[in-house]
Ligand binder design. Structure first.
Ligand code: LUZ
Ligand code: MOS
Length: 756
């Protein structure tokens, strides 16, 4: 089935929050953000802003009727600053006007007096001063120190990955309007409408049932709207509540880039020990994650980093510790991969480091240590249906990696000013929210009297195609054509308490809930059909829009069955519910079985470097990916392509950067460079592994959203290879992103220079 949103998206006809018709009397809001990274508020002068014609109100924290607190598990984040300022762009005032431009102009007239305090913008400094957002955690397996003594090869080093801006096409957006009987309706571009509802209720001081949050489709999210849609929704709701008028708040791109958090940058120190046969016997890593000014989703991100510290490898002795540091930067947040990419990069750096020192290809170490059936992860779960080796072997064979390597070598031999590099990247990504309680979903289905079907679930469509997959699942389960199914918006009044659409689990969890609802409806309709046909239940079946008896079609079509069932007073609505079975985790012991299953894959990336200019191109990306039994190969292929390009961007050109006083250096599209169509790989050849999927995935179709991002890590190591082919003195510092500027410096680095 085609993605039901494809034609709307490519024609620019898809409707997002800011395109919805507005209610009469709608007002527009703009956020006044902190001008300093750290400071104490000493006064405010809002009269000039209030006096501007068209300005309706300027709100501060004093106007919040409920609690000025939007933090999740850790309550450390005010909606509007009270006394202290913690990052540039932190919301301080909300200006509401008759139109957007007036609101933004009034922002320039608002005055804030403050006393500046020293800001911490460096994660090492935060670590040194023990500025932590919450306590560190450590995962352990075997005995690292004992094993270290038995290793033949020992290496230590550092690795670093940068932040990443989500750059969803649709910026953060919310629209709130008072509803009858003291309610509030919020339309929000959010991955988790239930979380927005819950926090908005806290801020407004209302019971949760008085707030309804609806998400239509989102123009991208990538994790950036998992925890961070809340502030803007609460601000719009605050103004709408105080003024009892509709209020819209859509962040201009530059506000969005300045005010919202990014992927957590990470600095890692590692120690890796190998046997003569290149078995990794011991690995120790310490991760310093930069959480920014508030915890947000960082506790989950930190633990997912630890869960993926050994990626697709079996290492018998592991100690991985992660600290989440507090800095004076916007609170960093979820981004496709959720901590796992940061940890995986560190291990690849350790492997690459060992390979260079030993003068062998990294591929040999990678291959010698891949997971096999039954291997234990540092947190106690064992790999089942472990496809790590299969993916690797298929990649080597299908893409003839040896031949490609020889070609790269020959090319480098023949060309003086262009050099190529090839690197491989295995991936093993755990599927389930790491927080066990979040692994639940529900769905609500209505069959209407003409046989058409309305489907609501907790899943938010953000371009990933989950609506299409849910329609497919419902159509299959009910035995009707997918055109009969309308996938509705995601609304807390229809489906309550849903987890955010995140962790690659949207289609899995909501798909199972849809199947559960459909099974109930199907059962009722089969009973109805049996009674109409006066046939035993065992003889009737429902598929292809038809009731069948003993394998032959009857005169009873789906279109006739639905109204007939209604006449007979059969309930044509059903709610389905799913909670992932078996998973558990014990945080005291740091052991358990947190994941329903794993997604595996192997990528090979070839990069070509222009050694005069330092520019580069991704020539080819070859991937064997473990889709299970894909529900929709087109959508899944798209997820792999988008994911790997996004990962390559993170590793290469996407540099956020910040000045020592905490100002983001890349806060617009002229300074932040994501891969465009020209920078995207010339070839992405992604082939399915073809192994059977797990029963824990809907129709054995594995989750696909996040795992492919980590294939992009190979781009960094391919670049390093190419640079070394030109400059044997180059000492890699394993600091991503490897921007063209950095590549150019690396190409001409002399032997005494510091690692780069
Ligand atoms: N969000 C979350 C996630 O709350 N928990 C997770 O485990 C997760 N994993 C990936 C992406 N988002
Ligand atoms: Mo996410 S990083 O919102 O799955």
């Amino acid at each position: 089935m085609k993605n039901i949103h494809a034609s709307g998206h490519v024609r620019g006809q898809s409707v997002f929050l800011d395109d919805l018709p507005v209610h009469e009397g709608t007002l527009y809001a703009a956020v006044f953000g902190s001008p300093v990274a750290h400071g104490r508020i000493t006064g405010a002068d809002l009269e000039r802003a209030r006096a501007l014609p068209g300005v309706v109100a300027v709100f501060s924290h004093e106007d919040i009727p409920g609690k000025n607190q939007i933090g999740g598990n850790i309550r450390d984040e005010p909606l509007l600053a009270e006394r202290e300022l913690h990052y540039i762009g932190q919301p301080v005032f909300l200006i509401v006007a008759e139109d957007e431009w007036t609101a933004r102009r009034a922002r320039l007239l608002a005055g804030l007096q403050y006393e500046a305090l020293p800001a911490i913008t460096d994660v090492e400094e935060a670590w040194g001063r023990e500025q932590f957002l919450f306590p560190p955690r450590t995962f352990r397996l075997g005995s690292v120190d004992e094993a270290w003594e038995h290793c033949v090869y020992h290496f230590e080093g550092e690795a670093e990955t940068g932040a990443q801006e989500h750059l969803y096409l649709e910026p953060q957006a919310s629209y709130a309007f008072p509803a009858p009987h003291g309610g509030m309706k919020i339309c929000s571009s959010a991955q988790g409408p239930a979380e927005v509802q819950h926090v908005a209720a806290r801020v407004l001081g209302l019971p949760v049932h008085r707030i309804e949050v609806e998400a239509t489709q989102l123009g991208g999210a990538f994790g950036g709207k998992e925890g961070q849609a809340t502030a803007w929704a609460c601000l719009a709701a605050l103004a709408a509540w105080r003024l009892q008028r509709p209020v819209k708040l859509v962040l201009p791109r530059q506000d969005d880039m300045r005010m919202t958090g990014k992927r957590l940058p990470c600095r890692a120190r590692f120690r890796i020990g190998l046997s003569r046969a290149l078995k990794i016997l011991t690995y120790e890593a310490t991760f310093l994650l930069d959480g920014g000014a508030a915890a947000g989703l960082s506790p989950g991100i930190l633990e997912r980093a630890l869960f993926h510290a050994t990626n697709s490898y079996y290492i018998p002795n592991v100690r991985a510790t992660a600290f989440c540091c507090r800095t004076n930067l916007p609170p960093n947040t979820a981004f496709r991969g959720f901590g796992a990419p940061q940890a995986m990069f560190a291990l690849e750096a350790a492997i690459a480091r060992a390979a260079y020192e030993l003068g062998i290809p990294a591929r040999r170490i990678q291959e010698a240590n891949l997971l096999k059936e039954g291997d234990e992860f540092p947190y106690g779960q064992r790999a089942r249906q472990a496809h790590a080796r299969q993916c690797w072997a298929r990649a080597e064979a299908d893409f003839d990696i040896r031949k490609k390597e020889k070609e790269v070598e020959a090319f480098n031999h023949q060309n003086a000013s262009t050099k190529k590099g090839l690197a491989m990247m295995p991936v093993c990504f755990g599927i389930s929210f790491t927080k066990t309680s979040m692994n639940q979903a529900s769905a609500l289905l209505h069959i209407y009297q003409d046989g058409s079907v309305g489907l609501s679930s907790g899943a938010v469509e953000m371009g990933q195609g989950v609506s299409t997959k849910l329609a497919q699942l419902a159509a299959m389960a009910l035995g009707v054509q997918a055109e009969r199914i309308r996938v509705e918006t995601t609304d807390t009044a229809r489906v309550a308490n849903s987890s955010p659409t995140a962790a690659s689990s949207g289609a899995d969890l909501n798909g199972k809930a849809v199947q559960h609802a459909c099974a109930q409806l199907r059962r009722r309709l089969l009973e109805t059909a049996a009674s109409i046909l006066r046939a035993p239940l065992a003889e009737v079946d429902l598929h292809a829009e038809q009731v069948w008896r003993n394998g032959r079609p009857t005169a009873l079509s789906w279109e006739k069955l639905a109204p007939e069932a209604l006449q007979r007073r059969v309930n044509l609505s059903a709610q389905g519910y799913y909670a992932t079975p078996l998973i558990c985790f014990d945080r005291e012991k740091e052991k358990g079985h947190p994941f329903a299953y794993y997604v595996y894959g192997t990528a090979a990336v070839t990069m070509a470097v222009d050694c005069i200019r330092g520019t580069y191109a991704t020539e080819e990306v070859c991937i064997i990916h473990d889709f299970g039994d894909s529900l929709n190969p087109d959508i899944d292929q798209g997820q792999v392509e988008g994911g790997v390009v996004q990962g390559i961007g993170w590793m290469t050109s996407e540099e956020v950067g910040c000045s020592p006083d905490g100002r983001l250096l890349a806060d617009s599209l002229s300074t932040y460079k994501i891969p465009d169509i020209y920078a995207a790989p010339d070839v992405i050849d992604c082939r399915p592994l073809g192994a059977e999927g797990p029963g824990m995935a809907a129709l054995r179709s594995k989750a696909v959203g996040e795992p492919p991002l980590m294939y992009g890590i190979a781009a960094y190591f391919a670049l390093i290879q190419a640079i070394r082919a030109f400059n044997p003195h180059y000492r890699p510092g394993f600091r991503a992103p490897m921007t063209p500027e950095k590549v150019l410096m690396a190409l001409y680095q002399d032997e005494n220079a510091a690692a780069l």
